[in-house]
Ligand binder design. Structure first.
Ligand SMILES: NC(=O)c1ccc[n+]([C@@H]2O[C@H](COP(=O)([O-])OP(=O)(O)OC[C@H]3O[C@@H](n4cnc5c(N)ncnc54)[C@H](O)[C@@H]3O)[C@@H](O)[C@H]2O)c1
Length: 332
């Protein structure tokens, strides 16, 4: 039996991770630590809320005393660290909270791991730390690509990555780190492209598209990402970085047109808006290392993933409209 701390588990990816892992590993215990910011919702954890091997603690990862108390009480074996401020536009409007949570919060967790001991600290990062690539050309980021973040968000994630690797080198803390591409699936906040488009289309409104919509992203179904993280946590090598990609590059406009078509609408649902400052052109991940070393490859292709995602949002209109009502929906 192992005891897991999962930070940020009331958010999109952490919530999907817990909903899968709590049921997959009934002999392990999972404690979710989440501050419930605008991005965290306990409803996301409804599928596991009553499970015996799950518990929830509301708390801030930057609260050193609170985090240390929790480590002392729980004697965690593993930490899987999802908690972060995660939206690029918010980081452009106000970078401060991104530095506090993403950098200082990560440091608090690393210090707690050093003090109380741990079998593994797994840090969730992003392909955005590598910066962007030209729109044309087949290059992709490997784990050795230089860090060239463009936004305050990606700069804060890159800083945290360096700190995690420094704790491995300096203190021998057993860490692993993964950098994934754009996730999509159930429970994603409607400030991000796919749920924003779905919620607008379901309400008969137009979908805002930055610039000409030619920016390219690699898309990864969230449950595939969670399985990849699970394989690293249990089988990865200390001190190593793993890229996780979907082998699924698409322009933003292609993604939105897929949703428009699936909902029986046409291009009159598109609304082009001024581009985001410093907007990254193309992200592309080379996922060969995790494929070769851990035998991981995504199971869900884009058309299947989009179908499941649409079905989920159509069935869970209450979850979506509760967020839209609180004014949390923003342009992506
Ligand atoms: N969503 C993506 O496509 C994507 C892509 C690459 C990497 N990532 C990374 O994956 C991780 C999870 O992303 P997500 O999309 O689920 O994010 P999210 O914004 O949906 O969820 C973040 C969660 O962290 C919690 N949180 C924020 N600040 C906290 C604090 N100070 N203390 C405790 N909890 C706090 C929030 O309440 C929320 O539940 C992040 O580290 C993000 O950088 C996400």
């Amino acid at each position: 039996m192992s005891n897991f701390l999962v930070t940020g588990g009331a958010g999109f990816i952490g919530g999907n991770f817990l909903n899968l892992m709590v049921k997959k590993y009934p002999a392990d215990r999972f404690v979710c630590l989440d501050a419930l910011t605008y991005a965290g919702h306990t409803e996301t954890l409804a599928p596991v809320w009553r499970e015996k091997n799950f518990s929830f603690v509301r708390g801030d990862i930057c609260d050193r005393e609170g985090v240390f108390r929790l480590f002392e009480k729980e004697a965690f074996d593993y930490v899987v660290h999802f908690a972060a401020e995660s939206h690029v536009d918010r980081s452009i409007a106000d970078p401060s909270v991104f530095l506090r949570t993403n950098v200082m919060g990560t440091q608090v967790l690393l210090d707690a791991c050093r003090k109380y001991g741990i079998r593994r600290f797994h840090h969730i990062s992003t392909d955005e730390v590598y910066g962007d690539l030209p729109l044309k050309g087949g290059r992709a980021f490997t784990e050795e690509s230089p860090l060239k973040p463009s936004s305050p968000y990606s700069a804060s994630k890159a800083s945290a990555d360096l700190l995690v690797l420094a704790y491995f080198r300096t203190y021998g803390l057993p860490v692993t780190l993964s950098r994934c591409s754009n996730n999509y699936g159930a429970y994603q906040h409607p400030e991000k492209l796919i749920p924003l488009s779905i919620s607008r289309l379901l309400r008969g409104e137009k979908v805002p598209i930055y610039g000409t919509g030619e920016n390219v992203r690699d898309w990864l179904y969230v449950e595939d990402h969670c399985l990849a993280v699970d394989s690293i946590v249990r089988g990865g090598r200390d001190g190593e970085i793993y890229n996780i990609g979907g082998r699924c590059e698409k322009t933003n406009i292609e993604v939105v047109r897929t949703l428009i078509r699936a909902l029986g609408k046409d291009d009159s649902s598109l609304q082009f808006v001024a581009d985001r400052p410093g907007h990254d052109r193309r992200y592309a991940i080379d996922p060969k290392k995790i494929e070769r070393q851990l035998g991981f490859s995504p199971q869900t292709d884009f058309s299947d993933g989009i179908r499941k995602t649409l079905e989920w949002y159509e069935k869970n209109g209450d979850w979506l409209s509760a967020l839209c009502k609180t004014g949390e929906e923003r342009e992506c």
